[in-house]
Design a protein around this ligand. Sequence first.
Ligand SMILES: Cc1ncc(C[n+]2csc(CCOP(=O)(O)OP(=O)(O)O)c2C)c(N)n1
Ligand SMILES: [Mg+2]
Length: 541
Amino acid sequence: MRRAAYFWRPRPLIEVPIDLLNQVLDSEVAWVGTCNELNAAYAADGYARIRGIGAVCTTYGVGELSALNGVAGAFAERVPVVVITGSPATSTLVTRPLLHHTLGDPRIPMDMYERVTVASALLLSGDTAPAEIDRVLSACIAAQQPVYLSLPSDVVRMPCARPGAFEFPTSAPSDPGALAEAVEEAVTLLESALLPIIIGDVELVRLKLQGEFAELLDKTGFPYVTMMLGKTLLDEQHPQFIGLFEGDRSQPAVSARVAAAEVVLQLGAWMTDFNTGGFTTHLDDARTIRANGRSVHIGHHRYDDVALRDLIIGLTARLHHRMRKTLDIASAVDCGVHRPDPAFRLNPRQPLTIQRFFDRVSAFLQPGAIVLAETGVSLFSAAETLMPEGATFIGQTFYGSIGYTVGATLGAALAAPHRPVVLFVGDGSFQVTGQELSTMLRHRVEPVIFVLNNDGYTIERVIVDRSYNDLQPWRYHELPAVYGGEPGFDVHTEGELEGALEAAADAGRLVFVEVHTERMDCPEALRRAGESMAKSNHLDA
Ligand SMILES: Cc1ncc(C[n+]2csc(CCOP(=O)(O)OP(=O)(O)O)c2C)c(N)n1
Ligand SMILES: [Mg+2]
């Protein structure tokens, strides 16, 4: 039997994990080198949101710690990302040489990863590696959260047994008694309500329960809303979809319909500040059935060990179908609660405003598109835009690390080469991670990228407008040419936007559009978010 070898087989100090990369190049895995590791982590996250899992591979210390913030985002938002880091030879764990990148103790980065991953392994031998890797991958899939694998340079070429078939983790069954009681109580409440409504959110996406959720909607006929994190949970053209619910910041028709419901069925919602319009949902506990992961709250009752999936299936089996006309359903697609506005008329010489830009561009989004929107004016505007059939919306709405969407666009575009990909990103966010444009050009992915240039951090200016929200004004549209592509469009007016959209329609290449708007121009929901944040920071005096 082979054994971990670091005691009796010292290795030269210079042994670093380059050979791991050689093995990747020689494998079936496509290598995509990014400009920096933070963007690689964001790309792995974007890829995982489309394909179900993503991986990022870095060097030790400097590399893995650069990726840490991106992995933290995946941990917070529950995205399964596998971090693979090539580490120094196992002997250094004992001899602790002052090897570059190690901080003097090669275990420090692994300790730092402990808090933002659900499993990790330092692979010490070929004998144990297959089982260790499977254990870690299994945890990644089960929790839908990141994991960490460290592969020392001397272990890379160690022979190992051919891994057996991977066993996908199965979820623990619900407690049958608790499930039956929870379903019973929920059914009684929902059947008693004249105007029930469902809030469907992010966990339905992360736990892949869209099919079960759609069956519940079909069976009951109930209307539903989503929150920002759950946007495009199902096709937003769905006839029972009422719109985006964000507490007091919702469109009046949406908050009115939620307020009219005597009973609210809340499935997989995360009550974060952005999701709840700054904690203003005003949902009465007594009339809300709250189900998350493995627990259900109804009024003051709590049922543990009830899986969200089983609850949805149980409710679908028991609830009766209602006629649409009895449920007061004004679907988002019919009643125009969100853009696109069919009455939009172009005003070619008019300088662009945020509202007019999104009004126009919403009609440009194609069925099946992947639409990414960065924290800031972009997110708040795109959230209020009805997505076309089959579209997937991506934002880092909970963790909110600016620049995320640039890396995520690379990952999403690589994950879905045949789907249109559209990114909306603010100038401030673009300055954090924008160089990944270079990798997009290198790998010939073809997103349409709108950089919203409003001369700084507008989302921060609506809280307090001080000079720390100013930026060096870049000529953003020139950057694609700097990176070896075609120059972008520089758009100030509605007419110029029209020209850019025409060119983007069948460009067959990456299209970059710099869009200029006034510095304080932003959607109403963002203005109100700013006011409430100013208040909670005592800046409103
Ligand atoms: C990595 C990171 N640093 C700082 C922040 C704080 N922050 C939130 S939004 C923002 C400014 C975003 O500016 P921009 O992208 O131009 O947004 P917009 O003007 O469209 O609102 C900053 C600095 C953050 N969210 N993430
Ligand atoms: Mg800005």
